[in-house]
Design a protein around this ligand. Structure first.
Ligand SMILES: *Cc1c(COP(=O)(O)O)cnc(C)c1O
Length: 392
């Protein structure tokens, strides 16, 4: 399916109905033990347990179908699934680091990514250095002979800084560092990191790929056989592989990803436009808006924008913020995003920066535009702002 569009790939990748009685979706294999009929067959499988069906943790037709579909979408060699997005990040970092290495991690990375680097990798002897997401080609000055990994996330969590991925990968290649990116926000539909020199593209499939807030799943798409083997070994050695029903939900979610994302994109832009005109809102942090600092890079490299963005509102007392957030009827308050439902979350980016400083005194609210009617969502927010003002 080399020449098909992404939308078509989404529908057909990882499916082979006629190998399965003509049934449209692949079966879900629940598996721990795999039986070998002969000593020869057992020994043959032992020689390369990374391939074929060897033991539940090593992969099943269900996980292979999911991995095949995501790898096809991103144009990767092959993919490796994990039990969550964070497990994918941890697996990728473990695959390419050892004691004595130095790694560079964007200052805008997802909070638990930072924590894994600082609280797990650093005590194991990996030197972790955070860098300004706006560094671009300037990353050159930070690279060392022992820099093994450059970890990107673009747009960044909470504040959506867009990174100059091609400039960073070009510099990283010169010292032989592996470049990884957390591509969760864009999904394989809106950004294809491997085409910009990235070695391993990581997704929290929990978000848009599963898409219904009912499973946790991660996936790493690898550029070539060497990077795939390293990641596959790290995942199977540490046992971070996903469960069969969650993999099935990931595969099912992929089929509707394009139509869902179209609506998430449209609704988020409608909300962002309305919010930008509100007197309470100081700034809208959305890469697809021309006034956003990372907009030019986003426009150059991305094929669209998803439903997640932030706003900065004027500082208000906590009680006024609670008056707004506590009584929203459509927006839920909680972690994660990428499901069919709208979400809002107060965040504190200042607490998650070390190479840069977040100095805006306003309150940062992260919004996820779900699949409700945008007019209804706007009305919910309008009522929220009214309650906030009344509480001042
Ligand atoms: C949610 C999230 C993760 C972690 O994924 P889980 O599936 O929740 O473990 C990683 N990166 C980003 C950008 C996320 O938003």
């Amino acid at each position: 399916m080399k020449d098909t569009s992404k939308e078509t790939t989404l529908i057909h990748a990882g499916r082979n109905p006629h190998a399965n009685h003509g049934i449209v979706n692949p079966p879900v294999y629940h598996c721990s033990t795999v039986l070998f009929p002969t000593l020869d067959a057992l020994e043959e499988s032992d020689r390369n347990p990374l391939e074929g069906i060897h033991y539940g943790r090593m992969g099943t037709p269900t996980s292979f179908a999911f991995e095949e579909a995501v790898a096809a979408l991103e144009g990767g060699y092959r993919a490796v699934n994990t039990a969550s997005g964070l497990a994918a990040i941890a697996t990728g970092l473990m695959a390419f680091t050892k004691a004595g290495d130095h790694i560079l991690v964007t200052d805008s990375a997802y909070g638990p990514t930072r924590r894994f680097c600082k609280e797990t990798l650093a005590p194991y002897g990996v030197e972790v250095e955070f860098f300004d997401p706006a560094v671009g080609a300037g990353i050159e000055a930070l690279l060392r002979p022992n820099t093994s990994v450059v970890f990107l996330e673009s747009p960044g969590s909470l504040t959506f800084e867009v990174q100059d991925v091609p400039a960073i990968t070009a510099a990283a290649k010169r010292v032989g560092a592996t470049v990884m990116i957390d591509n969760t926000w864009a999904t394989p539909l809106f950004f294809r990191p491997l085409e910009h020199g990235v070695d391993v593209s990581i997704h929290s499939a929990t978000k848009y790929i599963v898409g219904h807030a009912d499973a946790m799943l991660g996936v790493l798409v690898c550029r070539d056989e060497a990077s795939w083997t390293a990641v596959k070994k790290a995942a199977t050695r540490s046992g971070t592989t996903g469960g069969p029903d969650d993999l099935f939900l990931g595969l099912r979610g992929l089929r509707t990803l394009a139509v869902r994302l179209k609506q998430h994109q449209e609704s988020a832009l409608a909300l962002a436009g309305w919010l930008a005109a509100r007197p309470e809102v100081r700034r809208v942090l959305h890469p697809a808006r021309p006034d956003f600092p990372g907009h030019a890079l986003w426009k150059r490299d991305f094929g669209g924008s998803s439903g997640l963005f932030s706003i900065v509102i004027d500082p208000v007392p906590r009680a006024a913020l609670a008056a707004m957030l506590d009584h929203l009827e459509l927006f839920g308050m909680g972690y994660s995003w990428g499901g069919f439902e709208s979400l809002i979350l107060p965040t504190r980016p200042a607490a998650m920066r070390s190479a840069t400083r977040w100095t805006d005194p306003g309150i940062v609210l992260r919004l996820h535009a779900g699949l409700e009617s945008p007019d209804d969502l706007i009305r919910d927010l309008e009522h929220g702002f009214r309650r906030m003002r009344a509480a001042l």
